[in-house]
Design a protein around this ligand. Structure first.
Ligand code: GAP
Length: 547
């Protein structure tokens, strides 16, 4: 089932801005592409989500401990993990439109297919037609904003064909794909692009060093010059972490020994990660700065399959627990050729986004790859000794081994997007006179809702605000995030809190002064119950704990 509107982008993004969930970063300067700021309600929602994860992964388990590591780590960490060499995407430029894209995600037409170049408008089509004529000496036919005449001949060749002619006037080398926006097959070579953000640490004048190096090595060819500059920059280079996971491997021994942990046990961490993503898309789904919630669970070699299934199911239940539509989540097992270099099996927990099922969390069996690599490159033994077990190789008592690792790796900001989509509802409601209107309501799980209770005096006089403020203070003293709100009519205030996802509205009215009662309105059913003022904290606490 889905409640997500077709034009979700406009609706959800505009609600996020209107109600203070998410703003475009640096908006007053025109905004920074794919960077977002979490506003007053967004920060609460994100913290509630991450705190629920922490509670379920760390506070409610004896076998998992937490850490909070530096975002900048020793660059050897990234060499060992393979991120420095392998964490890169093949990038290509379209020679005509200058569009830059990832080769591995580009469309791959079939042999024999026409390769039309789809321009944005006639003017652009004329411009591209001329560029292609000047550069490749062929005259493509223009129909409106489409350029025609190219066809895929075989897996290595495409050609230009005049009208009905079967013989190409000219052939070109085909790279296996076309540009995603315009469909152009005129492409540059692939270049590797590292997704990690690099910076320099310490009081180094890198530009000065580079200038000096270039002056002293003017005779070098451009490849050697580039290599030399790269080595120079590498000396003081540091990287913003692209995943939180590596700190748990690097701190494995410190954590295990200080907390006397016995295998199986896990180390959890949540926080910011950074990737210089080429394709940032779907609002906060894929951005350059995002938050992760990851746990490395260290297990005995041979038990990884059983633990992988355990964590896959555990994590799936956790996501579904806070959702209105648990049926919108599913697992997908990775094919062998899809697995990361360190994994022997992996499941993605996927959500049904408006563009189809896509990843929300990966639960991977990471083998002993990372601990072994860090042990090899640091010279520190990252192993575990189990006195109670027999060494399967020697048959003697006591077994020293490198643990295998199961890793549930979730996106916190992506999870927030999922729950925003799951919560978004439009309902037709009638007022007292029978007039219909659309109610937008965010049916966020009460544990995730940014504001738990709004306290609303019906009017701004007759002592009602004073009673309301007293209730707010009591809610604050009970650690319940509440909000006093007296602006606009009561109907408008209910709608405002429906959009904010506030599960309970407490209204103080004329009757409150007569018999010390208030009403509690339930966000989803819109039903109101009248309760004793003195019971209000208990009632809200009970509702929140039962939810
Ligand atoms: N340590 C393993 C790891 O980082 P991943 O699949 O690359 O695995 C885990 O990332 C999760 O982090 C993803 O399932 C996704 O939810 C989130 N994530 C990854 N890249 C992201 C990005 N650019 N923007 C937002 N979330 C991202």
């Amino acid at each position: 089932m889905s409640n997500i509107p077709d034009n979700f982008k406009e609706k959800i993004i505009s609600l996020c801005k209107r109600r203070g969930f998410i703003f475009q970063s640096s908006e007053i300067y025109g905004g920074l592409k794919s960077a977002y700021d979490y506003g007053p309600l967004g920060v609460e929602l994100k913290r509630n989500l991450m705190n629920e994860w922490w509670k379920s992964m760390v506070h409610k388990r004896e076998d998992v401990i937490g850490i909070d590591a530096s975002i900048i780590m020793h660059s050897k960490v990234w060499e060992s993990s393979g991120h420095l060499s392998g964490f890169s995407d093949p990038l290509v430029d379209c020679l005509i439109s200058k569009e830059r894209f990832r080769a591995d995600k580009a469309p791959r037409p079939k042999i024999g297919d026409d390769l039309p170049i789809n321009c944005n408008d006639k003017g652009q089509a004329k411009d591209y037609q001329k560029q292609i004529e000047d550069r490749f000496k062929i005259q493509l036919k223009r129909t409106g904003k489409i350029l025609k005449g190219l066809k895929l001949i075989d897996k290595n060749t495409f050609g230009h064909f005049d009208d009905d002619n079967d013989i190409p006037t000219k052939t070109f080398e085909y790279r296996g794909y076309v540009g995603p926006t315009f469909g152009s097959p005129f492409l540059s070579d692939e270049r590797q692009f590292n997704l990690m953000f690099r910076s320099q640490i310490g009081p180094v004048d890198v530009l000065g060093q580079i200038t000096k190096y270039v002056e002293e090595n003017r005779k070098l060819n451009s490849d050697d010059l580039r290599k030399g500059i790269d080595n120079l920059v590498k000396e003081s280079a540091v990287y913003l972490r692209p995943e939180t996971a590596q700190a748990m491997f690097v701190q494995f021994l410190n954590c295990q020994q200080t907390m006397s942990m016995k295998i199986p046990f896990g180390i959890a961490q949540m926080g910011k990660s950074f990737r210089n993503e080429i394709t940032t898309e779907h609002f906060i789904f894929r951005s350059c700065e995002f938050e992760q919630m990851e746990m490395e669970f260290f297990v005995e070699p041979g038990s990884q399959k059983e633990w992988l299934e355990y964590w896959r199911d555990n994590r799936m239940k956790w996501w579904q627990k806070f959702a209105n539509y648990p049926e919108n989540f599913r697992y997908r097992e990775h094919e062998k050729d899809e697995l990361a270099h360190y994994a022997d099996a992996c499941y993605d927990i996927e959500y049904k986004y408006p563009w189809g099922f896509d990843e929300l969390e990966g639960v991977a069996s990471r083998t002993d790859y990372d601990l072994k690599k860090h042990a090899e490159n640091s010279g520190t033994k990252l192993s575990y000794f189990d006195q109670q077990k027999m060494d399967p190789n020697s048959g003697k008592n006591g077994w020293r081994y490198t643990p295998y690792v199961i890793e549930p790796a979730a996106g916190a900001t992506r999870g927030l997007l999922v729950y925003l989509m799951d919560a978004y509802h439009e309902e037709i409601v009638k007022d007292a006179s029978g007039k219909e209107s659309t109610r937008v309501v965010m049916k966020l799980h009460p544990k995730l809702a940014p504001i738990k209770a709004a306290v609303l005096p019906l009017v701004k006089k007759e002592g009602l605000p004073e009673i309301a403020r007293k209730i707010v203070d009591e809610l604050f003293n009970s650690s319940i995030n509440a909000r006093y709100d007296e602006q606009h009519s009561i109907g408008k205030r209910y709608r405002r809190h429906d959009e904010a996802g506030t599960p309970y509205c407490i209204t103080i009215d004329g009757q409150t002064k007569e018999d010390n009662t208030v009403t509690i309105r339930d966000r989803d059913s819109m039903k109101q119950e009248r309760v004793d003022l003195k019971d209000i904290i208990n009632i809200i606490q009970k509702k929140l704990s039962l939810s």
